[in-house]
Design a protein around this ligand. Structure first.
Ligand code: C5P
Length: 212
């Protein structure tokens, strides 16, 4: 039995108490991955941004809002875990300043100054211990395979799941699973719960069984 952390859903970065920046993510892929992981007999902790999807009752769910909160919760959970699957779509930018009170319209528009949020899997990928592994997702619209491999190496992932923009907010997905040495393990297409089972098959074979 392995202990696995799954990040899932979007994060929010508030501009003021009512307005926020976010990503278009439903958490459905994270929920499907959690179910497939539990079905293989592993223990799952989901670190989830705000979603309306329901997660498997056998998973522990930690609710977060911002990318920094997701990083801190993932860091805690990963410390005692064997692996992390980064299926979340964390918001990559945050306003330099968060207004305490609701911004009032002036009729002159609003200039936002944004800074980058931390990259969760890159942070955990670069600090993981020898027995730990990290799987990332890559959503690209061009040079898909090449960019996914570059992303896997930059973020120190052991495997990357490359998917297309059609995956967002959809019941279906079409992915390619790539191992850290660049070998293509396979293409999977279909409902997210079946694609998730296929991804977990590769994780079990190449990452979990290799470390036990
Ligand atoms: O946004 P990007 O395409 O770089 O996301 C690729 C992978 O990195 C995904 O697995 C996503 O969950 C992860 N990621 C992250 N923290 C971020 C941005 C992305 O963990 N701030």
């Amino acid at each position: 039995m392995a202990r696995i952390v799954i990040t899932s859903g979007p994060t929010r970065q508030y501009l003021d108490p009512v307005r926020f920046l976010t990503n278009d993510s439903s958490g459905r892929m994270g929920a499907a991955l959690a179910q497939a992981t539990i079905d293989l007999g592993h223990e799952v902790t989901i670190i989830s941004g705000p979603v309306s999807v329901s997660y498997p009752s056998a998973a522990k769910v930690v609710d977060v809002v911002s990318t920094h909160e997701m990083l801190e919760a993932a860091r805690w959970a990963f410390h005692d875990s064997d692996g992390l699957i980064g299926a979340a779509a964390p918001c990559d930018y945050m306003p330099q300043q968060i207004e305490k009170h609701k911004l009032t319209k002036t009729g002159e528009g609003l200039q936002l100054s944004l800074i980058e949020t931390p990259d969760i899997i890159a942070t955990l990928g670069t600090s993981k211990r020898d027995h730990q592994w990290v799987v990332g997702f890559a959503l690209e619209t061009e040079d898909i395979r090449f960019r996914a491999i570059v992303k896997m190496s930059r973020k120190c992932c052991d495997m990357i799941v490359s998917n297309s923009a059609e995956a967002m907010n959809s019941d279906d997905n079409s992915v390619e699973v790539i191992l850290r040495d660049g070998s293509i393990l396979g293409q999977l297409t279909g409902p997210k719960f079946l694609v998730a089972r296929g991804i977990l098959f590769h994780i079990q074979k190449h990452l979990i069984d290799q470390n036990t």
